[in-house]
Ligand binder design. Sequence first.
Ligand code: ZN
Length: 93
Amino acid sequence: MTSQLPPTIITHTGRSVDLPVKRFYAPFEVSAACPDCGRVCVRDLSTNYLGYPVVGEPFDLRLTCFDDEGEETGHEWSVRVRLDMTLTLVEAG
Ligand SMILES: [Zn+2]
């Protein structure tokens, strides 16, 4: 082959996309301070999944406050997030 072939190009369209996945486990941890008591709480999306997420659209992610014994304190709130997606060209190894 020739070296004159055009490069492979990946373009993000910016459009939102529904992910038809009931339980979408994702490699993210969201850590935020509880607005009621100030305790820092973590939601691990690799175990506490997203249901039918939409890529590229902001949504409210629910967080739950737990005490030092792991019991729910009854405090819940949301943070506004957006799930974005990247597609990366990887050279053959
Ligand atoms: Zn709290």
